[in-house]
Design a protein around this ligand. Structure first.
Ligand code: ADP
Length: 495
């Protein structure tokens, strides 16, 4: 206990926490901990651990130097590392058997893990069953595993139902909840869509697992097969390559909708003029964006309702406008104009996060170093994303000189189901300096303002702007109208 209390603690990154959960639950059996360097190399080279056990992906943990410094695998009393969740509650202890530097100041910690404290699972706790609990629930006989990485529409439901009936299997549906779906839906939304589709399936057990894609189809397929087998699946529905691991792959057939009787059946069994193929993600998103209902021939109404709530029509959806550009470019002026127009129309609720006001309120005390600028933008991004989460519009007008930070804000907003519009106020430096509204350029040239964007600090010109405005060629009204037109054209505002 003394060792536990004195052990350093660390909050792993989300992907590592997801792996940790799978290690602790037995979903990654026979792995019992984070892999050592020779195992990592062996897995990458030949898909097996050093001892020959087939294993498809590296499962590793990296910690910063200040944590690594407090560990010594050679010392019984200095071997333990406590891993905590993002709130700081202990989740597990790693017994470090190896410590190796991987990149500038980061070290990999290998070693077995064990749970400390009760598992905490957040939303849909009742679905977070571990393999042993799940196997208890499953009936005898064949179990067909299905990894539901996306919402289940009628074509997928028919494929799953057909496959289960064909082999006479009970269904075990895995819902990956380690992060958003490929189309950007939050994991809770994915779970709700799967539960909404459940009544359209033969008998099924549903479990939520923090299983993430590694971006490699073959390795992902092998890992899924391994996890499914550990949960008790005898078969796995998968378009992927054949895999070992004690599980048989069932390849789904290509289905189409038969206009003659409203059933989904193998494409080749329907005359071409009588069939409709599944909608693409783009077509589905487009209907949702416009607020058009998803057709019943394609999507069960209960699933459509969950998707409609998660991706409301554009004119009700949260939106963040980030105006970026040099000081004096016109960001605040244009944002104010857009805000006034929105206030007059009353269509949407608006929060303005203007550069100078934010620096007085949210970011009081921060300076203009690269680090502080990033902190400032992240705070703005956080608040703006919360506004978007609740369906409002946030107008942000910081300089936001760095591309990476702007991309982070975009991702934060997307992660909560909001839309993001980057407006580059691309007024040339000479014009901004000429205006010198706040007298800052003169001071910067005189060396009185350190790290001034455009003068002594870089401005990274956006390559991903949705709108570019050069205010040396536009009046204020024209600039504001260009932004409003963009919002109407995109469907965020009514004409
Ligand atoms: P920023 O927020 O980018 O630092 P401000 O909006 O505070 O810039 O200042 C921009 C200055 O440029 C204001 O004095 C504004 O009146 C002037 N200006 C001239 N033409 C325009 C235009 N077309 N759009 C926006 N501002 C303009």
């Amino acid at each position: 206990d003394g060792v536990l209390r004195d052990a350093p603690s660390y909050t792993p990154r989300p992907a590592e926490l997801a792996d940790l959960e799978l290690l602790l639950s037995g979903a990654y059996a026979p792995l019992t901990g984070f892999l050592a360097e020779d195992d990592v190399a062996s897995v990458l080279r030949r898909g097996a651990l050093v001892d020959g056990t087939a294993w498809p992906v590296p499962v590793t943990l990296a910690v910063p130097a200040e944590v690594a410094e407090r560990l010594d695998p050679g010392h019984a009393m200095r071997r333990l590392l406590i891993l905590t969740d993002p709130e700081g509650a202990p989740v597990a202890a790693v017994e470090a058997t190896e410590l190796s530097e991987v990149r500038g100041g980061w070290f990999r910690v290998a070693g077995p893990v064990r749970r400390v404290g009760a598992p905490e699972h957040g939303a849909f706790r009742s679905l977070r069953l571990d393999p042993a609990e799940t196997r208890e629930l499953l009936p005898e006989g064949r179990i067909l595993g299905v990894i539901a990485t996306r919402p289940l529409h009628r074509p997928q439901l028919a494929q799953i139902g057909n496959a289960a009936r064909t082999i006479g299997a009970h269904l075990l549906i895995f819902v990956p909840v380690a992060g958003p779906t490929p189309e950007g839906l939050a994991p809770e939304v994915l779970v709700r869509t799967v539960l909404a589709a459940r009544e359209r399936l033969p008998s099924a057990t549903v479990v939520a697992v923090p299983l993430a894609s590694r971006g490699d189809e073959v390795r992902d397929g092998l890992l899924r097969a391994r996890v499914a087998a550990n949960y008790g699946a005898t078969h796995l529905l998968s378009t992927g390559v054949a895999v070992g691991g004690g599980i048989r792959i069932v390849v789904p057939r290509d289905l189409a909708y038969d206009n003659r009787d409203g059933q989904w059946r193998p494409m080749d069994d329907i005359p071409p003029r009588r069939r409709r193929t599944a909608m693409s993600q783009g077509e589905i998103d487009d209907l949702l964006d416009r607020g058009s209902p998803l057709p019943e021939w394609h999507t069960p109404p209960a699933v459509a309702e969950e998707l409609r709530r998660a991706r409301p029509p554009r004119h009700n959806r949260g939106l963040v406008l980030l105006f970026t550009g040099l000081s004096g470019a016109g960001k605040s002026t244009i944002a104010r104009g857009v805000g006034d127009a929105l206030a007059e129309s009353g269509e949407r609720t608006v929060t303005t996060l203007d550069g100078d006001v934010v620096r007085r309120m949210l970011s009081a005390g921060l300076g203009f170093s690269a680090e502080d600028r990033d902190r400032n933008i992240r705070r703005i991004g956080f608040v703006a994303a919360e506004v978007a989460r609740h369906g409002g519009i946030a107008l942000c007008a910081p300089i936001a000189p760095y591309a990476r930070t702007r991309a982070e804000v975009r991702a934060m907003v997307r992660a909560v189901g909001g839309d993001f519009v980057l407006v580059h106020v691309a007024t040339p430096l000479e014009v901004c300096e000429e205006r010198d509204r706040k007298g800052l350029y003169a001071k910067a040239r005189a060396g009185q303002v350190p790290a001034f964007t455009g003068v002594t600090d870089p401005y990274e010109v956006p390559t991903d702007a949705d709108l570019t405005l050069d205010t040396s060629k536009l009046t204020v009204d024209e600039a504001v109208d260009t932004v409003l037109d963009h919002l109407v054209a995109g469907g965020w505002l009514d004409a």
